[in-house]
Ligand binder design. Structure first.
Ligand code: NAD
Length: 497
């Protein structure tokens, strides 16, 4: 019998009464490995009631106890690291190494959440006026909501609920319906770590369940990660409903290659950053901008990309796995055909890729276009597949102008041995996360994940100090005590001031 993914409501894993179930498939074989429900209205109401009830006691739980929950959770996640990575690999098709990375980057955020007492510290100023002090506290908001994408089913849920809960909130998570087994395991381990009933709920489903989170007034915030159209929809509808919203969206990340860079390092880094994880990373490099004489390196890069072999996650030699679904494969292949029709030079073609023993997998081989122009659809749209587009320019200034004209602003990098060029790039580029000789500059959790422009809608970003501000309200107190009251309190008052 196929596994039916449970909902997690009021501290219990329960089977849904839904009539609507979605198949979860192994993307390397199309085998149905589980079915996930679309939670019913009653189930969503029960999740909300549980989260609201739990908030009343959780917000009063001392911050050091909340920190200790995160310490225990971090230890358990580490203990079960490989087991979670196996579940993750089986439902996403990611290689085992990549799946372990997905889990590890999430564990790091839990580690950060264990520092919550320091992160919550407010500010104080004595004597703002004679005899008057001011100080601020950060207090939790209530029930927070999160909606996550398929491509990092461990890391992205862990960007959200540990910090929100450490701040004293309760949380309703709606994970991607394409890989719900990993977030379910994360919830099981959270219970094992001692999470009190109701602080976390996991509701499954699609648009209807997301709309519940968007439209329910008692859910105070929504954290979203996914595609641009859905992020815009979430931001508009969420803010229209007067919620605090942070919506992380798609990307088109450029890597600028200066002729003074180390050629071999550039090629090695570009291969992994462009087609690794089948290009299904929001920080993947999808555009290589070759400056001046570096243009000549493209044929060597093409040869290196030809040597990259995707395959099943169980095979240690697989460089990356299949795309998440047959629809994703079809979309990526049709984008490749469009690029060819628009006149880009297809130096490596990943269409119709075959992996022995896996005839039904959603494979797309490494793909490399040279001579790409900014008006081509392969440049303008996020492909989200193992496809790298190369553009040639003559100067660093031209490269900067190109990147800044792009509507996305998630990540970018520059490869150079010239400090002045790197400094100019980091200063002038209108992108939120910049790598210098680092192709995928994802910040560690004590910073924040800071995409710009169409890659992010909102003000406060994920994890780091910004997330703590997102999940809390600041209360500022101005206090005066009258010395005359000390004397007024009677003969037993014998404190020397
Ligand atoms: P998606 O937008 O299709 O789905 C994301 C979530 O939204 C899922 O939980 C899904 O059930 C829900 N959803 C889908 N359609 C909806 C609708 N019409 N109304 C309400 N909810 C809806 O994204 P995906 O395919 O799962 O993930 C890939 C995308 O996520 C890519 O565009 C990628 O760049 C982006 N992404 C961005 C970041 C970032 O930090 N900027 C990180 C990871 C992924």
């Amino acid at each position: 019998m196929t596994t039916r993914v449970p909902l997690f409501i009021a501290g219990e894993f329960t089977q849904s009464n839904s009539q609507q179930w979605i198949d979860v498939t192994n993307p390397a074989t199309q085998e149905v490995i589980a079915q996930v429900p679309c939670a019913t209205q009653d189930e969503m109401d029960a999740a909300l009631a549980s989260a609201e009830k739990a908030f009343q006691s959780w917000k009063e739980t001392p911050v050091s106890e909340r920190a200790r929950l995160m310490m225990r959770y971090q230890a358990l996640l580490k203990e079960h690291h490989d087991e979670i990575a196996e579940i993750l690999a089986s439902e996403t098709g990611k290689t085992f190494e990549d799946a372990k990375g997905d889990v590890w980057r999430g564990i790091e955020v839990v580690e950060h959440a264990a520092n919550i007492p320091s992160l919550l510290m407010g500010e104080t100023v004595e004597n703002v006026a004679r005899g008057i002090d001011s100080y601020s506290y950060t207090q939790p908001l209530g029930v927070c909501g999160g909606v996550t994408p398929f491509n990092f089913p461990a890391m992205i849920p862990l960007w959200m609920f540990p910090l929100a809960i450490a701040c004293g909130n309760t949380f309703i998570l709606k994970p991607s319906e394409q890989d719900p087994l990993t977030p379910t395991r994360l919830a099981e381990l959270f219970v094992e770590a001692g999470a009190p009933e109701g602080v976390l709920q996991v509701l499954h489903g699609g648009k209807e369940q997301v709309d519940f989170i968007l439209d329910t007034p008692a859910i105070r915030t929504i954290s979203f990660v996914g595609s641009v159209p859905v992020a815009q929809y979430i931001y508009r509808r969420g803010t229209d409903n007067m919620k605090r919203v942070q919506a992380f969206a798609g990307a088109k990340n450029h890597c600028v290659i200066m002729p003074d860079a180390n050629k071999q390092q550039v090629i090695n880094n570009l291969v992994g950053a462009s087609v690794g994880a089948a290009g299904q990373r929001c920080m993947a490099i999808s555009v290589a901008v070759f400056v001046g004489k570096a243009k000549a390196w493209q044929s060597e890069l093409a040869e290196a990309l030809k040597g990259v072999k995707p395959g099943p996650w169980q095979d240690k030699n697989s460089a990356y796995g299949p795309l998440i679904s047959p629809q994703a494969k079809q979309r990526v292949e049709s984008m490749i055909s469009k690029g060819e029709q628009e006149g880009a030079q297809l130096l490596v073609d990943g269409r119709d890729y075959k992996v022995e023993g896996y005839p039904d997998g959603n494979w797309v081989g490494p793909t490399f276009f040279s001579g790409v122009k900014p008006n081509m659809s392969i440049y303008q749209e996020e492909i989200f597949g193992p496809v790298l587009c190369a553009i040639e320019v003559d100067t660093l200034e031209e490269a900067i102008a190109l990147v800044n004209a792009n509507p996305f602003g998630n990540g970018t990098s520059i490869f150079t041995s010239n400090g002045a060029a790197a400094r100019k790039y980091q200063h002038e580029i209108e992108v939120g996360q910049v790598g210098i000789n680092i192709p995928i500059p994802v910040p560690l959790p004590f910073f924040s994940f800071t995409g710009w422009k169409n890659s992010f809608f909102g003000d406060l970003h994920a994890y780091g100090k910004q997330a703590v501000r997102f999940y809390t309200e600041t209360k500022t107190i101005t206090a005066r005590w009258f010395e005359s009251d000390i004397e007024a309190s009677g003969p037993n008052m014998s404190i020397d001031l």
